[in-house]
Design a protein around this ligand. Structure first.
Ligand SMILES: Cc1cc2nc3c(=O)[nH]c(=O)nc-3n(C[C@H](O)[C@H](O)[C@H](O)COP(=O)(O)O)c2cc1C
Length: 321
């Protein structure tokens, strides 16, 4: 669908006060069936409510999920590009395929996504359910990432079972204790600019450990192969390199949909125990654990990082720009 057609549908859908009220109702309580929405609007017939929901669905503002005979409605949190020119398309000639429309990337939006996708811990909304369709969608986006020899030897374990989450959270906390006792991370040299953020990071990581079982969804990106069995650097790099780009893409896709995540690894002190709990075959490696929830608040800022100059080496190590 052309961008302008989609914008028209969105504007048309939002122009009606009843449809805006239905969106408000879903904002307050996502996942309502039609009946609950009808109860809220007794002035309208069920047919009228369904008609409005159909318009919202066509505009991609609302998505639905069937549970048995019940159709549930959710706000679609995917940002909709309705600013003129925000995602301009242009026509490009492709050899043998004639003219196709190519979407130019909105660099400001891309850079914003890349520079503000933070580790979200304290701003995870522990009360709002996350539709699993949204997680599946993020995984599909993530699977556009590269893999060595196009192996696509990845898997994503999505955990929502409360008992399993509680058990994993317990391993996570125990992992935190192991780490604290190991003297890791080593103290930073005095005056290091990272020094002043470290207490905040540790405090926030401890908070995450405390509430981890309440986070609605865990996603564990896995790759086929075991690093300890592949001694060559090239093989290790290919194995981890075949999952970590997808893992980060998952976090970016989640952020673009209003979901917060944090890259965590502490539960991996108990890698094999968690694999057994989740039935992950022993030849697969878990690479991270992402707690996923809607985030609270509006936005995130770019982080303070060390200056890039000393990290860039031109032609020879040590030749910085
Ligand atoms: C490999 C890796 C492992 C990490 N492990 C954890 C972890 O176990 N727990 C946690 O709370 N954060 C963990 N983090 C998140 C870092 O603490 C975080 O990325 C860093 O403090 C920078 O903050 P930012 O992501 O908000 O920019 C990890 C990040 C990476 C890349």
């Amino acid at each position: 669908m052309e961008e302008t057609d989609r914008d028209d549908l969105v504007f048309e859908a939002l122009a009606d006060p009843t449809r805006r009220a239905l969106l408000d109702a879903l904002f307050q309580d996502d996942g309502r069936p039609v009946q609950a929405l009808c109860d809220r609007h007794p002035e309208m017939t069920p047919f009228g409510v369904m008609k409005h929901l159909g318009v919202l669905e066509a505009a991609n503002l609302v998505v639905t999920r069937r549970e048995g005979r019940t159709k549930r409605h959710f706000l679609n949190p995917i940002p909709i590009p309705i600013r003129p020119g925000r995602c301009a398309t242009r026509n490009v000639r492709v050899r043998g395929r004639g003219t196709v429309a190519a979407m130019t990337i909105d660099r400001a939006a891309a850079d914003k996504l890349l520079t503000t996708t933070r580790s979200v811990r304290k701003r995870l909304d522990l009360t709002r359910p996350v539709p699993l369709e949204l997680i599946d969608e993020c995984i599909e986006v993530a699977m556009q990432a590269p893999t060595g020899t196009n192996a696509q030897n990845w898997s994503f374990v999505v955990v929502t079972d409360p008992a399993k989450k509680a058990a994993i959270a317990d391993f996570y906390r125990r992992g935190g204790e192991v780490m604290a006792g190991s003297g890791y991370p080593p103290p930073l040299p005095e005056g290091d600019p990272r020094e002043h953020v470290m207490p905040k990071v540790m405090e926030s990581a401890t908070y995450l450990g405390e509430v981890l079982d309440q986070v609605p969804v865990f996603v564990i990106p896995c790759v086929q192969g075991r690093m300890e069995k592949v001694p060559m650097i090239v093989a290790q790099a290919s194995t981890y390199g075949s999952i970590l780009p997808a893992a980060w893409s998952f976090m970016l896709a989640a952020r673009a949909r209003g979901l917060g995540t944090a890259w965590t690894t502490i539960h991996l002190f108990f890698h094999d125990e968690v694999s057994e709990l989740l039935g992950i075959p022993p030849e697969w490696t878990q690479t991270a654990l992402f707690p996923v929830a809607y985030y609270t608040g509006d936005d995130f800022k770019p982080a303070h990082r060390l200056p890039a100059g000393p990290m860039i080496h031109r032609d020879t190590w040590g030749q910085h720009p």
